[in-house]
Design a protein around this ligand. Structure first.
Ligand SMILES: Cc1ncc(COP(=O)(O)O)c(C=O)c1O
Length: 375
């Protein structure tokens, strides 16, 4: 994956946001061509001119369950799977309403720093969000479980693997959070849309929440998607693993209120092609991401806050790059011709940080790293 990949003329949000002349290292999608099987499946489906209302892929639930068995070695009951014809952000918003477990006295809890979308989603749902600062231990972050427990949250929102740092949580940590949610009659929503992107060169597995939660599994929702894994976020889709049947019913009812039902036309075609024929491509991409990660860490040295184990995100300390912490993103854009995500978007603890996306062909990444480190 050293070939240039020209996204010109495709309306890429990531490059539009960066602006002309800059290298885009911000938004979380990959500058790598996706699996050929997806394009072929879309072209085959498009060649039939029937584009009317479409049922959910009848084999879709089994396909997802089989994916978890093959890729993660865990058993998922196909009945838990909801096939959602919208992206993870929409799924999270609908889940916050359907859960009904958070409210004025039972906040939503999330880590700090944490994926910024949670803040906007809680605000849109009219729910209070309380942040729990993560503990940094060496090159890793740890979840401060007692601090989460003290909040008595109605919903716990977790990105797992962690966005922005690319860190894998341990199975013990996720199990403890699920237990904590269960004790208070709440819900752990584990947003695992980066969970298939675990780097191949270390021993840890991604802890699928519903599989590691043990007796608390009924108090979890695990969110997965082909969007990040196969770089198909422009055709929104995701799935939710919801073992609690009443919650499944409430989520479907919430969806119906917006004219949304399981399944759809294009995203089911994409999902089937990716999960059926995308594995060889994914394994190659993961090797590429591990190599790109190593180059980025070698170039950025002490600016790297946490060593990633998954996905393509690197969490950086702007000051260590000689950038002014309060204006790091703007300065990197105007003086170094690269665009990154602003750490402040990930919560108060993210101020002075930057998130870099290293899913690029290596020659482009090298140029970007040279630009970012020039002083
Ligand atoms: C952890 C996490 N959850 C949810 C989303 C939202 O994805 P989308 O905007 O495609 O729905 C993202 C996107 O970056 C993400 O990183």
């Amino acid at each position: 994956m050293s070939e240039p990949f020209d996204r010109g003329g495709t309306g890429s949000s990531k490059w539009a946001r960066a602006g002309a002349g800059r290298i885009a290292l911000g938004l979380a999608d990959m500058d790598l061509p996706g699996p050929p099987a997806i394009g072929a499946a879309l072209a085959a489906r498009a060649s039939h001119p029937a584009y009317g209302y479409t049922v959910a892929d009848p084999g879709g639930r089994a396909l997802v369950a089989d994916w978890y068995r093959r890729r993660h070695g865990v058993a998922v009951d196909p009945d838990w799977v909801l096939l959602l014809p919208f992206g993870p952000r929409t799924a999270l918003r609908l889940l916050l309403s359907a859960a009904g477990t958070a409210g004025p006295d039972r906040p939503v809890a999330a880590a700090d720093p944490e994926w910024g979308g949670f803040t906007a989603l809680c605000a849109a749902a009219g729910l209070p969000l309380r942040r729990v600062p993560l503990v940094r231990e060496g090159e890793a972050y740890r979840l401060p479980l007692a601090d989460f427990a003290a909040l008595r949250p109605g919903v716990l929102l977790l990105s797992s693997p962690h966005n922005p740092s690319g860190r894998l949580w341990t199975a013990d940590e996720v199990r403890a959070l699920a237990g904590l949610a269960a004790e208070g009659g709440g819900l752990l929503v584990s947003d695992e849309v980066h969970g298939d992107l675990v780097h191949p060169d270390h021993g840890q597995r991604h802890p699928v929440a519903v599989a590691v939660a043990g007796p608390a599994a009924g108090h979890t929702v695990t969110l997965g998607s082909v969007g990040k894994t196969f770089n198909t976020s422009g055709i929104p889709s995701c799935w939710a693993l919801v073992p609690d049947a009443p919650l499944r019913g409430r989520l479907l009812a919430e969806m119906a209120g917006y004219g949304l039902w399981e399944g759809g036309l294009l995203e089911q075609v994409v999902q089937r092609a990716a999960l059926t024929d995308g594995e060889a491509w994914l394994d190659g991409t993961l090797r590429h991401l591990a190599a790109a990660r190593d180059e980025a860490i070698a170039a950025l040295g002490p600016a790297v806050v946490v060593r990633p184990q998954a996905s393509y995100l690197l969490w950086l300390d702007a000051a260590a790059l000689g950038l002014p912490p309060e204006r790091a993103r703007e300065t990197a854009m105007t003086e170094r011709d690269v665009e990154l995500s602003d750490g402040a978007d990930f919560g108060p603890a993210g101020r002075g940080g930057l998130r870099l996306n290293y899913a690029l062909p290596l020659p482009v990444l090298r140029t970007a790293l040279q630009r970012l480190t020039r002083t």
